[in-house]
Design a protein. Structure first.
Length: 62
């Protein structure tokens, strides 16, 4: 999840040159507020049952 958030931050906020620290802090605070307000969720498609089928030996069913 952290990697997904960092990727989104990079694409949406940090994809351009920012000249000073104050501007960077303002941009990051604005992005963080918008992200938190939006309450996005991750919908996982690879379930535990899928993992047990695909990775049968390392993850045996208990």
């Amino acid at each position: 999840m952290a990697e997904i958030e960092l990727s989104a931050l990079t694409r949406q906020c940090l994809s351009r040159r920012i000249n000073d620290l104050d501007t960077l802090n303002t941009e990051l605070t604005t992005w963080q507020h918008a992200t938190t307000t939006d309450q996005r969720q991750i919908h996982w498609q690879f379930t535990t049952d899928d993992a047990r089928v695909k990775l049968r030996h390392p993850y045996p069913k208990i």
